[in-house]
Design a protein around this ligand. Structure first.
Ligand code: C5P
Length: 242
């Protein structure tokens, strides 16, 4: 079946209370492609919430735990995730191909793996302070590409990256390798004063080759979240049908 606008939308369940999360799933499951459960919500509500979301008709789960540990621990954690009916999960690309291989082994082909390359909150100065040589730290894009290629070689399905890197990653690593991009703001809502920087509209990100767009606050904080999601889906449809 052809992918349509709503299938691109990943809605993060970034709320404190389980009741709010469940209410949002009920309101949005027909209007978004996937629900992202991050570390903060997972620590509070754990596997029961993951299982509940996955059991709702039409709802898929992206469990964003950003694993980073010794290979044996990552493999064991991944086996637990693979038992949870989760479509996608995240692992830091880090500095150890052995850890990435362990993640793939632990996933047993039951969950798609995404590599976190360089967090968008990290700057070139942060990397220099962390001990990276200047030639690496001053070219974040090259580091992102290098880590994305490590993830691909290990057998990952794709990476989380900024919309500004999606086209480059697709060009270097091929179009089946997924790019999942946060930092999306619908047309007319850019520069609205929140903490995301280097934002893109949904249409721009899809045009750059993004396969999935993480869109939180523009939907969650809208007066009618379902209508906001539908509006974004239409903006994406206009690009993919063009
Ligand atoms: O659209 P909004 O800014 O509200 O989306 C925030 C979500 O995107 C959070 O769940 C956050 O973890 C996630 N995210 C991000 N930047 C990244 C990676 C993930 O904002 N680089």
């Amino acid at each position: 079946m052809k992918k349509c606008g709503k299938d691109y939308i990943v809605f993060p369940l970034d709320v404190d209370h389980e009741s709010e999360a469940k209410q949002l799933v009920g309101r949005l499951r027909e209007h978004v492609g996937m629900f992202k459960i991050g570390l903060a919500v997972f620590i509070r509500h754990g596997p029961p919430l993951v299982t509940w979301v996955a059991s709702q008709a039409g709802a898929k789960v992206f469990l964003d735990l950003k694993l980073h540990d010794i290979p044996a621990t990552v493999s064991q954690a991944m086996r637990g995730i693979a038992a949870l009916d989760v479509a996608l999960t995240t692992v830091h690309c880090g500095e150890s191909p052995a850890m990435l291989a362990a993640a793939v082994e632990g996933s047993q082909g039951k969950v798609g793996l995404l590599g976190v390359t360089v967090l968008t909150s990290v700057s070139a100065q942060d990397l220099t302070a962390a001990g990276y040589r200047e030639n690496r730290s001053h070219d974040l894009t090259e580091l992102v590409l290098h880590r994305a290629s490590l993830a691909k070689s290990a057998g990952f399905s794709g990476v989380v990256c900024s919309g500004h890197e999606a086209a480059l990653i697709k060009n270097r690593l091929g179009s089946p390798f997924l790019t999942v991009t946060p930092g999306i703001r619908p047309a007319g809502e850019q520069g609205a004063g929140d903490d995301q920087r280097r934002v893109m509209t949904p249409a721009q990100a899809v045009a750059q080759g993004a396969d999935l767009l993480v869109i939180g606050r523009p939907i969650r904080d809208a007066p009618d979240p379902a209508a906001a999601a539908q509006h974004i889906a239409m903006e994406i449809d206009a690009i993919i049908d063009a």
